[in-house]
Design a protein around this ligand. Structure first.
Ligand code: CO
Length: 271
């Protein structure tokens, strides 16, 4: 009678895992990357937009959990990853038009790398789901990395790394230009304002009545300067854009940013 020790059990587990088909590993790795990327984007937001940050972390849990469904290499597992892959493709597709035009946007690397990786995950999930009944081992491109499936995966990974390197160079240039702009503005929206302790600098500006105030968006994201009581609204201020408002009545005027309501500032108008 054989007695299985704990270490033999671990070896057995490792044998079972390494016997998983290549496509299951691609789906697993892709979804893990996606979840970690969303999570990494959400962490700095904790200091400002706690609600948004927690919501994004819960969103990140979806691909992280689904990745293990893909690793089962079973019919239900690939059904789950097809669904999750398609849902995130829609979300990233909707974000892509505004985010991909600006490499300095903090979401750029998430969307730029996420889209091709999601396409890879969705394609491998879909084809695996179709062939799982007859056995993935019979399709070399699903079973082994030494196949056309492996080459496609390598090409996607190479494309993502190359694009991120170029995007990083562009982001450095854009950030430097933004840092040098807006020197004559009264209030500056700082870099990474959505997670900055003081997004508007100065946080409180004091002026004499009948004077105007100019805000400059020095961040790589769109923000607004919006009165809490409806007196003025810049609407969307793209990176590098300015907005001016003349205060004709003394008083204390508080304002915020519409997409990031935790970004707050004050103008004190003295008689
Ligand atoms: Co904002």
């Amino acid at each position: 009678m054989a007695i299985q020790t704990a270490s033999e059990g671990r070896v057995g587990w490792w044998m079972r895992m390494s016997a998983r088909p290549f496509s299951a590993w691609v789906v697993f790795g892709g979804l893990i990357y996606l979840g970690l990327a969303i999570f990494a984007y959400a962490i700095p937001l904790l200091s400002g937009g706690e609600g948004l940050s927690v919501a994004l972390m819960m969103l990140a849990a979806v691909p992280l959990l689904a990745s293990f469904a893909g690793l089962t290499a079973k019919r239900w597992g690939f059904a789950v990853t097809v669904g999750v892959g398609a849902a995130f493709l829609v979300i990233f597709g909707l974000l892509s038009t505004s985010v991909l035009s600006n490499p300095a946007n903090p979401l750029f690397w998430v969307v730029f790398s996420g889209l091709p990786i999601l396409l890879l995950v969705a394609a491998f999930s879909f084809v695996s789901l179709r062939h799982v009944k007859t056995g993935l081992a019979r399709k070399r491109y699903l079973a082994s990395p030494r196949s056309s499936g492996g080459l496609v995966t390598l090409a996607v990974v190479g494309f993502v790394i190359g694009g991120l390197l170029v995007g990083n160079i562009a982001a450095t240039t854009i950030t430097r230009l933004l840092d040098q702009g807006g020197q004559v503005a009264d209030v500056r929206i700082v870099r990474d304002a959505a997670s900055a302790p003081e997004p508007f600098v100065p946080a409180t500006l004091t002026i004499a009545v009948s004077n105007s105030v100019t805000w400059f968006n020095g961040d790589a994201m769109v923000h607004t300067v919006t009165s809490d009581t409806g007196g003025f609204d810049s609407l969307d201020l793209v990176p590098g854009a300015s907005f001016s408002h003349t205060f004709t009545q003394p008083g204390t005027y508080t304002y915020h940013c519409t997409p990031h309501p935790w970004m707050r500032g004050t103008v004190v108008v003295q008689p």
